[in-house]
Design a protein around this ligand. Structure first.
Ligand code: ATP
Ligand code: MG
Length: 416
C-alpha cells in the first residue's frame, strides 16, 4: 500500500505547527479581550443545516460538500464552514434565553470538494467568531475591529487590505436584484453558461464570477451600495463611522458579494496580493435572518472566518527563516558517570520551568555542541568526570563561547 493522504488533505508538521500556535495564541488573546468565549461543535451536521443556511444555489452547496447517507438513512455533511453549526448550536441550546448577547469563537477543520492548489485545500482549518443578539452597527464595527486587531497582532496586517460593503436587506435587495436582471438580460450572450443560469436563480452571484466575459460585463452593473434603503444606508454609515473612530483602515468595495446567501447588510473581506489567486484571508458579515431560518427566534448577528493555512503561508513569507522550537539550556556530558548527572540536572532544570535538552548517545563534545547550537540554546552545561569529582560543571554561553565553572548543586537555580 501507499501511505498518503487523499488529494486536497495535508499534514501540518511540527515546525509549521509552531507558526499555527503563534497565530492561534494571538487569536485567543485578542478574542478574549473582546469578550468572546470558545465553542466546540461537531465536525458534521445534518445536510439540511448547510443547505438552508448557505443557500441551495451557492457553489458550496451545489458542488463542494462532502455528503453521505448515514446508516439510518439521514443525510449528513462534513461542515464546509462554521457559522451554520454555531447558529444550530445557539438555537438547539436556547442560548438566546440565557443572555441578550452571545459572543462565540471557534476553530476547526472545514471540508470543501474544491480543486486543490497552493492555499486551497479540501480539508482546511478556519478560525471564526459570531456575535449574536445586537442589530446595532456598533457590533458590526466591534467584530471587524477585532478581526483587524487580531491580524495586526500576528504582524501580518501590513500585507493585508480590509474592504467593506453592504448587501442591503429584504427591503432593498429584491428591487436591486430586479435592476441587475434588467441590466444583464439584454447582454446575456456575453455571460458564461453558469451565469446565464444564475440570471434566473441568483443574479448577485454573477458579480462574483471569475470568468473574464462575466467580469467585463459586470463592470458596468448597478451597485447594491447605491441602491440601499434608508435604514441599510444609515446602518452602513454608522459602521464606517465607528471603524474610523477605532482607527481601522478600510476601503469600500461595492463588488463584494460573498459566496453564501445568508448575508445581509455589512459584508467585509480581508485580502492579500502575496498569495496569487488564493488572495482571500478572512471574510464575514451580518446575517440577520439565519437564526430564524434555523428555527430560533429573530436574532440579528454578525460573524467572520479566517483561513489558517493562508495566514500561515503569509507568515512563512514574512519570516522565511523558520520558526523552530528553541530550548533555553542544553546539557552536554562526557563519560558514563557524567551521563547520570546530566540526566538529573536536565530534570531539575525542567522542574524549575527552564526548557532543557540533553544529549543521548556517547557523542564527542564537538558534535554535542553542534546539536546544542542547532537547538537554539543560549547556554550549555558541560559535565565532565573531572569537574564532577569536584562538584562542578562548566557553563558555556553560546553567543560568546565563554565558559565558567559553577557548583552543580546551584546549577538548576541560575537564571537563564
Ligand atoms: P475563496 O474565494 O478563496 O474560495 P471563500 O470566499 O470561499 O474563499 P470563505 O467561505 O469566506 O472563503 O471562508 C473564509 C476563509 O477561509 C477564506 O477567506 C480563506 O482564507 C479560507 N478558505 C476558504 N476556502 C478554503 C480552501 N479551500 N482552502 C483553504 N482555505 C480556504
Ligand atoms: Mg471558495
Amino acid at each position: 500500500m501507499e501511505a498518503r493522504t487523499p488529494r486536497g488533505f495535508h499534514d501540518v508538521l511540527p515546525d509549521e505547527v509552531r507558526r499555527w500556535q503563534f497565530i492561534e495564541d494571538n487569536a485567543r488573546r485578542i478574542f478574549d479581550l473582546y469578550g468572546f468565549s470558545e465553542i466546540r461543535i461537531p465536525v458534521l451536521e445534518f445536510t439540511e443545516i448547510f443547505a438552508r443556511s448557505l443557500g441551495t444555489t451557492t457553489d458550496i452547496v451545489e458542488k463542494e460538500m462532502y455528503t453521505f447517507t448515514d446508516r439510518d438513512g439521514s443525510s449528513i455533511t462534513l461542515r464546509p464552514e462554521g457559522t451554520a453549526g454555531v447558529v444550530r448550536a445557539f438555537v438547539e441550546n436556547s442560548m438566546h434565553a440565557k443572555a441578550p448577547v452571545s459572543k462565540l469563537w471557534y476553530g476547526g477543520m472545514m471540508f470543501r470538494h474544491e480543486r486543490p492548489q497552493k492555499g486551497r485545500y479540501r480539508g482546511f482549518y478556519q478560525i471564526g467568531a459570531e456575535l449574536l443578539g445586537p442589530e446595532d452597527p456598533a457590533s458590526d464595527a466591534e467584530l471587524i475591529t477585532m478581526v483587524w486587531k487580531f491580524l495586526e497582532s500576528t504582524g501580518l496586517s501590513e500585507r493585508l487590505t480590509l474592504e467593506i460593503s453592504s448587501l442591503g436587506d429584504n427591503n432593498c435587495r429584491p428591487q436591486y436584484k430586479e435592476k441587475l436582471v434588467a441590466y444583464f438580460e439584454p447582454q446575456s450572450e456575453k455571460l458564461c453558461p453558469d451565469c446565464r443560469r444564475r440570471l434566473g436563480t441568483n443574479p448577485l452571484r454573477i458579480l462574483d464570477c471569475k470568468e473574464d466575459g462575466c467580469k467585463k460585463t459586470a463592470a458596468g452593473a448597478p451597485k447594491m451600495i447605491d441602491n440601499l434603503c434608508p435604514d441599510c444606508s444609515a446602518h452602513f454609515e454608522a459602521v464606517e463611522n465607528y471603524l474610523e473612530n477605532a482607527g481601522v483602515p478600510y476601503t469600500i468595495n461595492p463588488k463584494i458579494v460573498r459566496g453564501l446567501d445568508y448575508y445581509t447588510r455589512t459584508v467585509f473581506e480581508v485580502t492579500t496580493n502575496e498569495l496569487g489567486s488564493q488572495n482571500a484571508i478572512a471574510a464575514g458579515g451580518r446575517y440577520d435572518g439565519l437564526v430564524e431560518e434555523l428555527g430560533g427566534p429573530k436574532t440579528p448577528a454578525v460573524g467572520f472566518a479566517t483561513g489558517m493555512e493562508r495566514l500561515v503561508l503569509l507568515h512563512e513569507k514574512a519570516h522565511p527563516g523558520g520558526f523552530q522550537k528553541e530550548v533555553a539550556v542544553f546539557v552536554a556530558h562526557l563519560g558514563e558517570g557524567a551521563r547520570t548527572a546530566a540526566f538529573k540536572l536536565t530534570s531539575a532544570l525542567r522542574d524549575r520551568g527552564v526548557s532543557a535538552e540533553m544529549e543521548y548517545g556517547g557523542k564527542s563534545l564537538k558534535s554535542q555542541l553542534k546539536r546544542a547550537d542547532k537547538s537554539g540554546a543560549r547556554y550549555t552545561f558541560i559535565i565532565g568526570e573531572d569537574e564532577l569529582s569536584r562538584g562542578k560543571v562548566k557553563l558555556r554561553r553560546m553567543e560568546t563561547s565563554t565558559e565558567e565553572e559553577v557548583d552543580i548543586e546551584l546549577a538548576p537555580s541560575l537564571s537563564f
